[in-house]
Design a protein around this ligand. Sequence first.
Ligand code: ZN
Length: 186
Amino acid sequence: MSEKQVLPGDEIAVEEEYVAAEGTYVRDGKIYASQVGTLILDDNECVAKVVSYNPPNVLEIDDIIYLTIDDTRKTMATATAIASDKTQRAISSSTVATIHVSKISPDYTDNVADEFRKGDLVRGRVISVKPSLQITTKDPHLGVIRAQCGICKTELVPKGKKNLFCPKCKRSQPRKLADDYGDVKL
Ligand SMILES: [Zn+2]
C-alpha cells in the first residue's frame, strides 16, 4: 500500500489494475483524483481511493491555499477553498472565497474571464479572513495550476506565460498562470 498527496485531476491508476472508489473518477480507462487528499492504492483489495484530509482548519492571513473557480464576474472571481498548504488539511467545502479583479495579476486586468475560468484549480494567498475570505494571486507562484478545456475537458497545456492551449480544439485562452503550472508538487 502506498500513500501520497494528490490534487483533483491527478492521474492515479488504471482501471485494469484498480477499482475506482471514493474521491476518484474514471475517464478512458484511467482513474483520476476528484478531490485533494491522500491517495491510497490498496494492492490487496485492488482499490484506488482518495481520502480527504481531516476537519476544517482555521485560515490565517498569508496562508497559501488551493481553490477551484466557481464563477467569474466583472470585478471578481468566486472560488471554493479546498485545501491549505500549511496544514495539509482540507477546508470545509462551504468555504467561499473571492478574488477581486485588482488582486489577480501584477498587470492591469479589465476582464476577470481573461484570467480565470470556471473549474480552474488555483493556488492563492489569503489577504483577508473576516468578514469574508479574500485571496490574491498576484505573485508568480500563485494563479492557475491546473485547468481543463471548457469544450472537450482535455487538460490544457501552457503556451507562453499567460496562455493555455487545448491540444484537441487547437484553441488558446488567456490565464493568470502559476509559474509551476502543469508541474505541481504538493
Ligand atoms: Zn478542447
